[in-house]
Design a protein. Structure first.
Length: 165
């Protein structure tokens, strides 16, 4: 694609180009830059506009390497940062959220005094609009994942939460 740019430590670098051929390509470092230079490769995926829009909505096929949706959800638990605030063993993390241990199907009391059952709808809402229902004893610090998680990822995380007992 005849594109080259220099990357300077401590600075942000951006490069834009319009590829003319679809396919999968390998990008390599063009100048010797030190130890690990020969390992500096990146994959470049060039899709048609229609295929790209499909990918934006559905994502890739990385989920296919997992045997079950719950297995994929366990991987997402780490990859999406859930483990930063939610434990799997019942421990409470300072400034975190409720542990996922045994939470599915449980009734939880919210800061407004109302109780809700932790089911698929509650978990989904907690990811998309976390300020809607905040569990008593916790702060409203959960980030919004609306637009950041695809439907397949949401379902996988819910499937995983169901297995944490």
């Amino acid at each position: 694609m005849r594109v080259k740019t220099d990357i300077v430590p401590g600075r942000y670098t951006q490069i834009w180009f319009t590829p003319t051929v679809t396919g999968q390509f390998v990008s390599t470092c063009a100048e010797y830059c030190g130890k690990g230079h020969s390992d500096m490769h990146a994959k470049v995926f060039v899709d048609s506009p229609a295929d790209y829009q499909k990918w934006v909505i559905e994502g890739g096929d990385e989920w296919k390497e997992y045997k079950t949706p719950a297995d994929y959800g366990r991987a997402l638990y780490s990859a999406k940062g859930c483990e930063t605030c939610h434990t799997l063993d019942g421990r409470k993390i300072a400034d975190g959220g409720p542990s996922w241990l045994g939470i599915f199907g449980k009734m939880e009391k919210m800061t407004d005094g109302k109780e809700y059952k932790v089911d698929e709808n509650y978990v989904r809402e907690s990811m998309m609009v976390p300020s809607a229902k905040v569990v008593a004893g916790y702060q409203n610090v959960m980030p919004v994942f609306q637009g950041l998680l695809r439907e397949r990822e949401i379902n996988a995380l819910i499937a995983f939460i169901k297995t944490v007992k």
